[in-house]
Design a protein around this ligand. Structure first.
Ligand code: PA5
Length: 447
């Protein structure tokens, strides 16, 4: 079960200046009706993620079974939407200690930071490792660069059998990696052409690693399916959780000046979910001068780092707290407790974490900082699938509210094109010249 408590964004708690009036949400009823129709018309086009709960996953399950029998480590090679979702599902469902106790161990090679690359490679034996190279475009520099180094290693260490150690997940027709997979006869999975990278976690992109790591992917998709059904049947802004989340953030932004959306997880296993959300919200909505800057926070750590600013700094934030009721492990404070610390006696760490969250929420309400709390009873695959689906729908819906395309990322391409120019890629010579003009150092302090 998931609870969305939005009391602390409403005017009853925060007053009319900072809080949202029921009527302000009601005013969007007709717009919601129109957008609802539009979304369902676009289901097989750019809102393709809506189809994922209903896909056939038999090939994924069969492949995962074979991988589990034959390999000790599973490494995702991908970045952005081709990696963040994998880590999200893994951490949320299996917890952060999965690799300490289980096989196949799970790693992600996303960055091209050589020290991170080494950190992963130093923990695995390539002879017992399978690499899942994931890229929708088939050409993302970081992914291709990491892959080429891995490929060379595999050929050197394994010899003729290297192909057994690679699975490619990419576009069914386009891109370098599709060509490579076809030519070399490497096992591959398709990424549906209409599916955007950051909306792809519940496709072949995220499901294979999840299944390999023992996550019940039927349940994950059942959760997403429940999300689909909830959203399909309700055009009531107070009954449709995705539209409610989208609308609250949109009104908070355009009417109350909340340009920053903080997501603060009071559960470290949801830390990767916040990374995933950050990409989804930023890359989908940050367009044409619009959007909200997503900020990551972890409770209670960031109470000692960020909360001062959230409460007493600019009134430009809306905060979403994430919490999980169940904790698989807990520790009670017992033994000889000094009198000064008597109030901690018998409390568990989880109880203290929950109390810290309550204290923070109350402090935010007192300072009239809007905040909502999303509580999962447990980090089950069902709940995580549901939460992912709701945030994907909230993001797609918000894109339509802002009247931007939530599924492209034109501004990301510019930096990539300069990098291609710098790396000497054919056809990007003009970009190199433009880069040289833009990057001239005009003020420098060397110390
Ligand atoms: O959401 C997106 O489309 C992007 O963030 C991509 O996921 C990211 O750039 C990686 O792209 P690709 O999967 O093509 O390697």
């Amino acid at each position: 079960m998931i609870k969305i408590d939005y009391s602390n964004v409403m005017s009853e708690k925060l007053g009319e200046r900072e809080g949202i009036l029921v009527q302000e949400i009601e005013a969007y009823r007709q717009i919601i009706l129109d957008l609802h129709k539009e979304i369902y018309n676009r289901k097989d086009k750019d809102f393709y993620f809506m189809n994922l709960p209903f896909q056939d996953i038999s090939k994924i399950k069969e492949t995962a079974r074979k991988i589990k029998e034959n390999f000790d480590c599973f490494v995702v090679v991908g970045i952005g939407g081709s990696a963040l979702g994998n880590q999200t599902v893994q951490d949320a469902v299996n917890g952060l200690d999965y690799n300490l106790k289980n096989f196949p161990k799970f790693y992600v090679l996303d960055n091209v930071d050589p020290e991170k690359f080494a950190l992963v490679m130093d923990q695995i034996d390539v002879r017992k490792t399978i690499f899942n190279v994931i890229t929708k475009s088939g050409s993302t520099v970081e992914t291709v660069a990491n892959f080429l180094i891995v490929l060379d290693m595999l050929k050197t260490v394994i010899g003729d059998n290297w192909k057994r150690h690679i699975i490619i997940t990419t576009d069914p027709e386009k891109g370098f990696l599709r060509k490579f997979a076809n030519q070399e006869g490497i096992e591959s999975f398709d990424i549906p052409p209409n599916l955007g990278g950051r909306f792809s976690v519940l496709s072949n992109v995220g499901l294979l690693s999840a299944a390999v790591c023992g996550i019940d992917i039927d349940e994950l998709l059942e959760g997403a399916k429940y999300g689909y059904q909830l959203c399909e049947k309700s055009i009531d802004p107070f009954g449709n959780p995705a539209y409610l989340i989208g609308l609250i953030h949109y009104i908070a932004n355009v009417k109350k000046g909340k340009t920053i959306s903080v997501m603060m997880a009071y559960s470290e296993r949801l830390s990767s979910f916040v990374n995933w959300y950050r990409q989804l919200w930023a890359e989908s909505l940050g367009k044409e001068g619009l959007g909200q800057t997503p900020v990551k926070s972890i409770g209670s750590i960031d109470q000692h780092s960020q909360i001062q600013l959230y409460i007493d700094g600019p009134k430009d934030k809306i905060v979403t707290f994430l919490n999980i009721e169940e904790s698989f492990r807990d520790f009670e404070i017992t033994g000889d407790i000094p009198t000064d610390l008597e109030y901690l006696k018998g409390k568990t760490l989880k109880q203290i974490l929950d109390i810290e969250l309550e204290g923070t929420k109350a402090a935010l309400v007192k300072a009239k900082v809007p905040n909502l709390t999303i509580t999962l009873d447990k980090p089950s695959p069902f709940n995580i699938g549901l939460l992912i689906y709701l945030y994907e729908m909230a993001t797609g819906f918000s894109g339509l509210l802002y009247k931007v395309n939530p599924f492209d990322q034109p501004a990301v391409e510019e930096g990539k094109n300069f990098a291609y120019g710098l790396m000497g890629r054919k056809g990007y010579e003009e970009k190199l010249n433009e880069y040289k003009n833009l990057s001239k150092i005009t003020h420098l302090l060397e110390i």
